[in-house]
Structures are given as structure tokens and as C-alpha cells.
Design a protein around this ligand. Structure first.
Ligand code: ZN
Length: 275
């Protein structure tokens, strides 16, 4: 086993039970089958969460991924505490639970031979929220793409801005948008992949700015939650509101790609940008 494969293996979460209960169709699937099917339900095609490292293993050529800016972590500038405890403690607990130090992993690597810069959000870390560290990493990776003329692919999975960082979190929206917008100057493509869920400040900033915005099936994509909108406008919303399928039908995203096809799909897109 190479050091790279070993590192990925060590970062894989350990499945706690033999059977997996599908959150959508409620059927019980044999754990091994679930994993072999890339955490996608073979019964109803529900795309369950996978970790950033699992996604890297799935998409990138073996041994080609190199992590960048891994030393950037959350900063508790406001010394924030709520009824459930301090932000500092939450950060430590999330680091321990997820094995990563921010809600995004950034780096560069090859997809079927095509070099790209990438940022891959991880919902396990504080709900994939957009903190100062997250924004900084996404910006730095965009700058890396700019400097080296590499296509930039961002995978978003987020509950939105990180409330424990207040306005510093909201500032990341403008900062990341500026970073990806600058890629236009060099005609560098920015591909945004929206995963389940992509909501709040992330949807309202870089995640919808892709030259190509694509999604996995069934992903929840939106800004404010369904209940808030229904209460505000006093109307019932369609059942599929804020799903990838609804957004595709209404022209907000360009394509829905099955997890098993994502590597081929991205490689095909990248082949049009041959450098
Ligand atoms: Zn299912």
C-alpha cells in the first residue's frame, strides 16, 4: 500500500453498523453494498454525504492530489460563546470528530490527466459553514488557479455563513466572489459543483458563480429555508422546491450529474479547456 493510499484509508470514516438506513426511502441496505455504490442508495438513488477525502479518492487520479493551505484553521476573533458552550471548544470537537481542520480541503490534482485546482467542502465540520478560514482557503486556492492557469473546481456542501464569526463570516462571501471572479481575466474556467445541501451565504456567493454550475441528484440548494419563505409569502411551496431538479428545470443550474459519472463528466468538460 502506497503512502498516499494509506493516508486516504486512514482518513476514511469507520462505518459503525452492518446495515445502512436510507434517509429517503427508509430501506435497509447492506453496508458493504452501500459503500460500493459510493454512499448512493441502490433503491431510490438518494445521494448521501461523503467526506472530502472520499470525494478526492473518487475523482482524482491516484497519487495526483496535493493538499494546499492545510494549516489554515478557524479563528475565534469574537471570543464567541453561546448556551451550548464556547466556539473554541466546538472547533476542537469538530477537528477531532472529522480529522480535518476547516470545513474545506483545498489542493490541486489531476482528473483523468487534466490538472485542476480545487476546494472541497466537508459538511461534517461545523455543517460545512463558511468561516474566515473556509473563505481564506477558497480564496487562496482561487489565487493558486489564477497563478498557474488551472481550471478551478469548487464542491460546496454548506449550511451557510458561520454564525459564531458574525460579520467576519459574511465578509467571506465578498472575498471568495472576488477570488473566483478574477479568474475571468485569464479566461480560466470556474466549475461549481453543488452538493447536498448548499444553502445560505454559500449559495448567495461563490457557489452560484460558476461558468458551469452542476449538482448531484436530489441536492437541496437554496438561500433561506422553506419554512421561512412560506411564512413570509403566506403560500405553500412546491414539494420539489429548492432541489437540484427544480433548479435545473428553472434554469438556475446547468446539469445534474450522478456521483458515479462525476469524474468522467468533469474530465469531458475539462477537455474543452486544453492547456
Ligand atoms: Zn433509498
Amino acid at each position: 500500500m502506497s503512502w498516499y493510499t494509506k493516508a486516504i484509508e486512514e482518513k476514511k470514516p469507520h462505518r459503525k453498523t452492518l446495515w445502512v438506513h436510507c434517509k429517503k426511502c427508509k430501506s435497509h441496505i447492506w453496508g458493504e453494498e452501500w459503500e460500493k455504490n459510493l454512499n448512493v442508495c441502490p433503491n431510490c438513488n438518494y445521494h448521501d454525504t461523503i467526506t472530502s477525502w472520499q470525494r478526492i479518492e473518487l475523482l482524482f487520479d491516484k497519487g495526483s492530489f496535493h493538499e494546499l493551505f492545510e494549516n489554515i484553521s478557524p479563528v475565534d476573533s469574537l471570543n464567541f460563546t453561546d448556551l451550548k458552550g464556547s466556539y473554541k471548544d466546538k472547533i476542537q470537537a469538530n477537528k477531532k470528530k472529522s480529522g480535518i481542520s476547516e470545513s474545506v480541503i483545498t489542493g490541486h490534482g489531476k482528473i483523468k490527466g487534466f490538472n485542476v485546482a480545487t476546494a472541497i467542502m466537508d459538511f461534517r465540520f461545523l455543517g460545512g459553514s463558511l468561516g474566515s478560514g473556509t473563505g481564506e482557503k477558497i480564496l487562496q486556492a482561487a489565487n493558486f488557479a489564477y497563478d498557474y492557469g488551472l481550471p478551478y473546481i469548487v464542491f460546496s456542501a454548506s449550511g451557510g455563513a458561520r454564525m459564531q464569526e458574525g460579520v467576519l463570516s459574511l465578509m467571506q462571501m465578498a472575498k471568495t466572489c472576488a477570488g473566483v471572479a478574477r479568474l475571468n481575466k485569464k479566461n480560466i474556467p470556474f466549475i461549481s459543483v453543488l452538493l447536498n445541501p448548499t444553502t445560505g451565504g454559500v449559495t448567495a456567493s461563490y457557489a452560484m458563480m460558476g461558468d458551469l454550475n452542476i449538482s448531484e441528484p436530489g441536492a437541496v440548494i437554496g438561500f433561506a429555508g422553506r419554512r421561512v419563505i412560506e411564512q413570509t409569502i403566506g403560500e405553500k411551496l412546491p414539494d420539489d422546491f429548492q432541489t437540484a431538479e427544480y433548479l435545473l428545470e428553472h434554469g438556475f443550474i446547468d446539469s445534474i450529474v450522478q456521483r458515479k459519472d462525476m469524474r468522467d463528466y468533469l474530465a469531458n468538460v475539462l477537455s474543452y479547456y486544453n492547456r
